[in-house]
Design a protein. Structure first.
Length: 129
């Protein structure tokens, strides 16, 4: 196996693992463990930071190394990217200390919807290419 293939596999792994961690965490915090306390928010903040960093860096790497994307690919990628930024921003606000629990629940609900839309668009993009 050559190094370029290993880098592509590692980037894909980081991207998928970060997405699973972030979207899965949002779903758990919204549906299983409400209300989110300040202690939970403190722990969640680090996860949001590292998962967000992994998502953005690996996602951009995957996009830049994509060979021959089909027509419409970049449009759907842009929509996916904006929704993913929404998930990151809302997760960061929910992880702030002092955010009221009812606001956290509402924020996590919108992040969950956007996160599931991102997963759906990701499946569509994978099928397109």
């Amino acid at each position: 196996m050559d190094v370029a293939l290993l880098v592509k596999i590692a980037a894909r792994f980081v991207h998928v693992a970060s997405a699973v961690t972030l979207v899965g965490g949002v779903i758990v915090l919204k549906c299983v463990a409400p209300p989110m306390t300040d202690e939970m928010a403190r722990k969640w903040r680090g996860i949001v930071l590292w998962a967000g960093l992994g998502l953005v860096l690996a996602g951009l790497w995957n996009l830049m190394t994509k060979e021959n994307p089909p027509p419409g690919y970049h449009m759907w990628f842009g929509i996916k990217f904006l929704l993913a930024l929404h998930v990151l921003a809302v997760s960061a606000v929910a992880a702030k200390q002092g955010t009221p629990p009812e606001k956290r629940t509402r924020l996590l609900g919108s992040a969950m919807g956007s996160g599931l839309a991102v997963v759906l668009i990701s499946a569509w993009l994978r099928w397109m290419s």
